[in-house]
Design a protein around this ligand. Sequence first.
Ligand code: MSP
Length: 511
Amino acid sequence: MARFYITTPIYYVNDAPHVGHAYSTVNADALARWHRLIGDDTKFLTGTDEHGQKVADAAAHNSMSPREWTDVTSQRFREAWAALDIRYDDFIRTTEPRHYETVQKFLTAVHDNGYIYKDTYQGLYCVSCEDYYTLESSDEGRCPIHGRVLTEMREENWFFRLSAFEDRLLALYETHPQFVTPETKRNEALAFIKGGLRDISITRTSISWGVPVPWDPDHVFYVWYDALINYLTAVGYGREDDETSTWWPHSHHLIGKEILRFHCVWWPAMCMAAGLEPVSHVQVHGWLLVGGQKLSKTMAAEGGVKLTDIAPVMLTDEFGVDAVRYYLLRETSLGNDGDFSHEGITARYNTDLANNLGNLVARVTTIVASKCDGRGPAPEVDSELRDAAQTAIIDTALAWNRFAPSFALEATWGLIGATNAYLERRAPWKMSPGEELDAVMGNALEAIRLVAILASPAMPAVSANIWWRIGLEGTPSDEEFAQSATWGRYRGAGLIEKGQPLFPRIKAVVE
Ligand code: MSP
C-alpha cells in the first residue's frame, strides 16, 4: 500500500492562531484527505513549537511559567483546527517527553558522528525570528523581517558543522530534482547552498527553556534545532515505538517561504549528519497578504487590519467552515503569494459556491422532487456529460497528486460548469415527466455525485451534505476513489432531499 506522511510547521505558541497559520494547516489537511481518499496509508502531523526565548518572554510577560503558558496557548491551536474541520492524526507539543527523548537521541547521534563541536558565538540575534544574523545579513543592525534592533550575543555554544555538507546537499538537489517544489523555491535554496555554508550555533546557555543537551546539561538546544526534529518524534525515531523506516521515505513537509532555509538546507544536512535519509519532499507555500482593501467592519481594527488579527473562527462564523477552506485552497496557487480580502472571499462564495455549486444542486434536486416523484433516476451509460466528468476526474487527481489544490478545485469546478451548461442546453424544466427527463436528471445527479467526491478533500462537510441530498448513504469518502470515481456508479432510486440552500448568497460589504 502507498504511504503518505504530511506535516505542517509547528506553530509558535506566543501568537494566537490566525489566517496565515490556517493557510498552512488547511492545505495540509486537504492533501491528507486526498491521500486517504485514494487509499494511501496516511499520517498527518501538526502541533506547536513551545521552546525558545520568544515563548519564555511571552510567559514572563503574562506572569506565568513557560509550562503554564504553553498549556494554555497550545490549546488555542487545537480549538482553531477543530473549527476548521482539520483531521490530524497526531498533534505534537515540543514540551512532551517523547520529543525530548527523540531530540536527545538524534543530536547525540550527530555529536557521536563528529559533527558537533564547541566554540564561542558572537553575533546578532532576533528573538522574533529566533534566528542569528551577521552585520552584513542584517538591515544596519536591525532585523530585515521584523525591523527590531538585533541583540548582541556572545556565548560559548555548541556548533553544528553545516559547512561539511555543501557537496552532499548539492548532490541531493541534483539527484532529487523534486526535493523542493515549486522550482523557484528550489532555486532559492540551491543559491543559498552555493553561496557557501557557515557552521551554526545550536545551543544556548543564556536561557533554560529548551531541551537540555545530554552531554553538557548547562546548555539547552536552540529552538529551531529541537523544532525541526518534531517530524521524527512523531514517527518514534530513537524510541521503542520507532516507525521511522515506515514513514520517513514518504515524508512531505509543507512550509511557508520564510522558513525555507531551515527546512531545505539545515534539516537535510542534520539528517545526513545523524545517518538518516533526508525528508523526501518539501513543498513551499507563499504568504497571504492583506491587500489595500479593508475587511468587514467587525474585522477592521482602527486604521485597518493585519492578517494576524484575523482569527479563523471570525471567518467560519461569517462564511461557514467549508467556504473558508475552499477560499484558502482555491484562491492562490500553492507557492505564490496571495491576497487575502473580505471582498475576495465574498466573491468566491457568491460565484463559485452559491451560483455554481449551490444552484446546480438546488436546481437538480428541485426538478427531481417535483417531476421524478422525488427519486433520483439513473444516468445514461453514454452521456455527453461523461466526457466532462472523465476530464475532471483525471485533472483533479493529477493536481492533488502534484500538491496543487487550487488547480484541483479548478478542474472539479469545470465539471460543475459543464453540468450547468448541459442543463441550460437540455432545459429539463421544460420537459414533461418521462424517459428523456429521467435521463437528463440521472446524468446531472451522477455529475453531482462525482463533484461531491472530487471536492471532498477541500469541503468534507458540504460534500457529505450533497451526498445525502442526492439520496446516497454514508459519505463521499467511504469508498476508495478508484472504485467510486467512475461514471455510472449512481444507481438511482435514492430519495432526493432539496433541503435549505447550501450557500445562501452574501451581500458584499459596501463601505
Ligand atoms: N515555529 C516555526 C516553525 C517550526 S517548524 C519545525 C514557525 N512558526 S510560525 O508560527 O511563525 O509559522 C508557522 C507557519 O505559519 C509558517 O509556515 C508560516 O509561513 C505560516 N504563516 C504565518 N503567517 C502567514 C501568512 N501571512 N501567510 C501564509 N502563511 C503564514 O515559523
